[in-house]
Design a protein. Structure first.
Length: 76
């Protein structure tokens, strides 16, 4: 799966008691949109890892987005 990034992207993920907050600039949102589209076209079980070492801002929580096998049944 091809992972595209728009130059100048910034994305931060913060897990809090209320839930997960994903913050991104315009380029970050466009990058995520492209990557979600590529993931949607992939196979069940395909996934993308995001962390502060490869794509997220420093101090961000790790995030994994995975394509499910069928509606309502996430892989464990």
């Amino acid at each position: 799966m091809k992972i595209d990034w728009v130059d100048g992207f910034a994305i931060a993920v913060n897990a809090q008691e209320q839930g997960v907050i994903i913050s991104a600039n315009r380029e970050g949102l466009l990058s995520l949109a492209r990557q979600l589209q590529a993931l949607a076209e992939g196979m069940p079980g395909d996934h993308i890892h995001y962390d502060e070492h490869n794509s997220l801002e420093e101090g961000s929580s790790e995030m994994v987005i995975e394509k499910m096998e069928s509606p309502g049944k996430a892989r464990e």
